[in-house]
Design a protein around this ligand. Structure first.
Ligand code: NI
Length: 186
């Protein structure tokens, strides 16, 4: 299955709200192939999430998974989310580092809700309704933003925390015991 090119900041798809997938079309090969390609593309890029607009497709679809960093985050099994609606489940905002596959090599501090409720559909068209917490909640909010033409830079409260990965690793991450693999990059 093909790994697709990820579009970068400046591509209009990243600033265009995505449209819902007709529920009756979710099981069609075109959408199933899109989902498979998104999963492969996310894994190839070593991201923890990917939204369809990041491969230039204007559908409300995102995928995410986080595996292999148990020292920092519990594993998050692969999720496919279609036509989501996200509502805050905790009023509390938490700041943490994020990056974006469409804005390579930058990291910045982004406030997110500690928990969110996700309603939507899975890849079989079945309804989804669950609450995500902590790191998973951060990924979901990042990917959901992509479906609305919003990127993490728009959410930053202090652009002085923005840095290139190499410098960040050397000067910012180390101070707090973080490394690049711990950040939500999607
Ligand atoms: Ni992103």
């Amino acid at each position: 299955m093909p790994v697709l090119p990820i579009v970068r900041l400046g591509h209009p798809a990243l600033r265009t709200p995505a449209r819902p997938v007709e529920p009756g079309r979710i099981r069609e090969p075109e959408i199933q192939q899109l989902i498979d390609d998104m999963v492969d593309t996310m894994r190839d890029a070593r991201g923890v999430g990917l939204a369809a607009p990041q491969i230039g497709v204007g559908f409300q679809v995102f995928v995410y998974a986080s595996e292999g960093h148990p020292e920092r985050h519990p594993d998050i099994p692969l999720r496919v989310v279609i036509n989501p609606m996200i509502t805050p489940h905790a009023r509390e905002l938490v700041y943490d580092w994020e990056g974006c596959l469409s804005i390579p090599d930058l990291r910045g501090m982004v406030p997110r809700h500690l928990a969110v409720r996700i309603q939507g559909m899975d890849r079989d068209g079945r309804p989804l309704d669950y609450v995500a917490n902590d790191f998973e909640a951060r990924i979901v909010q990042h990917e959901y933003d992509h479906l609305n033409g919003i990127i993490f830079l728009d959410r930053m409260r202090d652009l002085r925390t923005l840095g290139y990965l190499e410098e960040w690793n050397e000067h910012m991450a180390g101070q707090e015991g973080w490394d690049a693999d711990d950040t939500a990059v999607g």
